[in-house]
Design a protein. Sequence first.
Length: 153
Amino acid sequence: MKVYLVRHGEAVSSQSDPRRPLSEHGLAEVRKVASFIKHLEISVEHIWHSGKLRAAQTAEVLTGVVVGKDYSAHEGLGPDDDVAIIADEIKAYDMDLMIVGHLPFLAYLASLLLAGKETANVVALDAGSIACLNRSEPGQWRIEWMITPVILP
């Protein structure tokens, strides 16, 4: 099973727009990452996002290159939500999944899955980044690959 952790692209400031949509730069970077991963032919059962506009916009761009049967907001993916709840959901899951969300939530979730504790700080997810985590056996996770906009041409 694979879980793709995606941090939303760069958003505008809350002073510019309280809903905090993606900035032009953020949208361009998400599109760049999406274009890069297109050849991977990623297929997931679900694409979950937090429901916040910037995460929904990022997920929408990715639906153009990721085959997903369901694209929707999912409870418990806010920046400060309890990662243990989602980790438990993932443990019961056996299909590939993409989660589009925020820091610190995604960093804590990756740390909990990979190292067994939220504060292990095992991955740095810049805006627009994707980390592919692979579970080979129950409770055995590893980072398979990671893409950040800054490394792409």
